[in-house]
Design a protein around this ligand. Structure first.
Ligand code: ADP
Length: 481
């Protein structure tokens, strides 16, 4: 691949090593799609203790150096593993990453300050000089600010361009002002409105937005929404200022990994051409979840973080109103204890109607995508959303709220033209969700309509090809500047 465009993607999650949401799916599949186009794309992430043993054991030690985290002097180990043809680099430091999950620790500011510094300092030791560093979300925003502030005059770094992708503007990595000097050795001149200051705090997300050469986000609609006060999470003014460098590129999914024809998590494969196995998966799902085995009862699924972003409050409002209907619910998720408790109560009172699993379980998620009929995603906001794309791939019709990437991927069924691949509604109200679920359930009773929608959903292409092409355009534009 000598002579081709070289890109280093830096992020906090990447399947199959570490995942809490869609960010991991993107880092785990976009690089391979870009490599297929002839780009030399590599990935860098922390070497968490929680990386499953079968992948952890394959990480080979490559190099080490030391880096400063403010006044601290820290070890930086570099591991490497080739996963599905993509070289993946792991920053190894047990003090920061020898933990069970990626985030949620009191010292997250210091951990990701270290990760950003380590990523930059290890680069000259890697034998790989990227043309572009592509950073993802707040955890890596400071790579870009540091590159600009402290590295740009060094020959090795001088020509490196940067791309910053916002996967979710709501997660900003905002910390006390002292982190500037304490973790980065940056002076107060960086604590200003046009730089890293954000409502009295230092924002790692803002660092990426303010200093990146190009900014992308994960759907065209979200790219527009975040420039408005309603969805801008108080960054809308800066995003409007940078609008000429901002674009929305829809996420794709790994259509090999999410493929009901060969999915090892399923005991009965099926496809659009031969969909009979979906009914078998439904029956097995009902057994696995302890629900009555009723082939004609629609199974409505939710697989989600249980947070207010995902519209869980709407779901908890409509469930009681649908308990008298012939419907079963399967809900898989973890999140706010408020929602967990509420759902646990309903599951406890109606075990034959609602099966709940409060855990993160990848294999079970696949079996739910395969066995359910309808997939609910009534998000308050949704940068892109991958779950609805996976549901489409498994022939489980998505029912979504028209926001962000949901609006760009789900077309509500139109009974007059026959157009559509799911169901949708616009106002963020339980009554609209309820109406739309009832509408979908009405079509479920018309097997011909339902089956033709299922077939259409399964044959749509939500792979990475189209989007990888758009990322390549962004990279090439930057390198020709
Ligand atoms: P977000 O990144 O905002 O959480 P996305 O829809 O973009 O939402 O991606 C969510 C991803 O995480 C999907 O692959 C979904 O299947 C998966 N997921 C969410 N919750 C769970 C869970 N409890 N168990 C297994 N997979 C989950």
């Amino acid at each position: 691949m000598s002579g081709c465009l070289k890109v280093l993607m830096v992020g906090a999650e990447c399947t199959p090593f570490a995942k809490t949401g869609g960010l991991a799916d993107v880092l785990g599949s976009l690089p391979a799609a870009l490599r297929e186009r002839g780009l030399d794309v590599r990935v860098m992430l922390p070497k968490y203790f929680s990386i499953p043993a079968q992948y952890r054991d394959r990480i080979l030690y490559r190099e080490f150096t030391y880096c400063s985290v403010g006044w601290r002097w820290q070890y930086v180990g570099l591991g490497e593993s080739i996963h599905q043809g993509v070289p993946c680099y792991f920053i190894d430091n047990e003090y920061y990453f020898g933990r069970q999950g990626p985030y949620g620790y009191d010292d997250d500011a210091e951990r990701f300050a270290y990760f950003c510094r380590a990523a930059l300092d290890i680069l000259p030791h890697m034998g790989f000089q990227p043309d572009i560093i592509h950073c993802h979300d707040w955890h890596t925003g400071m790579v870009i600010a540091l590159l600009h502030a402290q590295y740009a005059d060094q020959p090795f770094y001088r020509d490196i361009k940067t791309v910053f992708t916002i996967h979710n503007l709501a997660y900003q990595g905002n910390f006390a002002p002292v982190v500037l000097s304490d973790l980065f050795g940056l002076g107060n001149e960086y604590f200003t409105y046009d730089k890293l200051e954000f409502h009295g705090r230092v924002s790692f997300l803002k660092a990426g937005i303010a200093y990146a050469d190009k900014i992308t986000t994960v759907s065209p609609t979200y790219a527009q929404e975040i420039q408005t006060p309603a969805h801008g999470e108080r960054m809308d003014e800066l995003l409007r200022y940078r609008k000429d460098d901002l674009c929305g590129i829809l996420n794709g999914i790994d259509t090999h990994y999410y493929n009901p024809e060969i999915d090892p998590a399923l005991s009965e494969p099926y496809s659009a051409a031969d969909p009979a196995g979906k009914a078998v998966n439904k029956q097995r799902l009902q057994v696995e979840m302890g629900l009555p085995v009723q082939p004609a009862t629609p199974v409505v699924a939710v697989i989600s973080r249980l947070t207010s972003q995902k519209g869980i409050d709407l779901i908890t409002q409509v469930i009681p109103q649908l308990l008298s209907e012939n419907v079963q619910w399967v809900i898989l998720g973890t999140g706010d204890s408020y929602y967990e408790t509420m759902l646990r109560d309903v599951a406890h009172q109606h075990p034959d109607k609602l099966a709940l699993r409060l855990e993160f379980n990848e294999d079970l998620a696949h079996r739910i995508y395969a066995g359910a009929d309808l997939f609910l995603m009534p998000s308050r906001f949704e940068p892109c959303g991958l779950a609805q794309l996976i549901a489409l791939r498994y022939g489980t019709l998505p029912l979504v709220r028209e926001t962000g990437g949901l609006r760009d991927t789900v077309r509500s069924y139109n009974e007059y033209t026959g157009e559509g691949n799911g169901f949708s509604f616009a106002p963020y109200q339980a009554s609209d969700l309820l109406f739309t679920i009832k509408r979908a359930l009405g079509f479920y009773k018309q097997p011909e309509v339902w089956q033709s929608l299922v077939r259409r959903a399964m044959t749509e292409d939500w792979g990475w090809n189209r989007s990888a092409e758009q990322y390549e355009v962004v990279y090439r534009e930057l390198c020709s500047e």
